[in-house]
Design a protein around this ligand. Structure first.
Ligand SMILES: [Zn+2]
Length: 61
């Protein structure tokens, strides 16, 4: 799997520092750009996070 300069790749699972409202804190990266698009593994909600803020909200597992 190719990873980008931040060590991220599409399909990678990240953990949010604060759980989603559905109770899960696991997310899958579905798009990598200057914004990162993630989908909640539990409820399939999609969120977009600026790359600069990603590691404030999510961490690698
Ligand atoms: Zn959720």
């Amino acid at each position: 799997m190719l990873s980008d300069k931040d060590g991220l790749s599409e399909g990678m699972i990240l953990k949010s520092r604060v759980p989603h409202v559905c109770g899960s804190n696991l997310w899958t990266i579905i798009y990598l750009g200057s914004d990162i698009v993630l989908r909640c593994n539990n409820c399939s909600t999609v969120v977009m996070v600026p790359r600069k803020k990603l590691f404030r909200k999510f961490r690698k597992i």
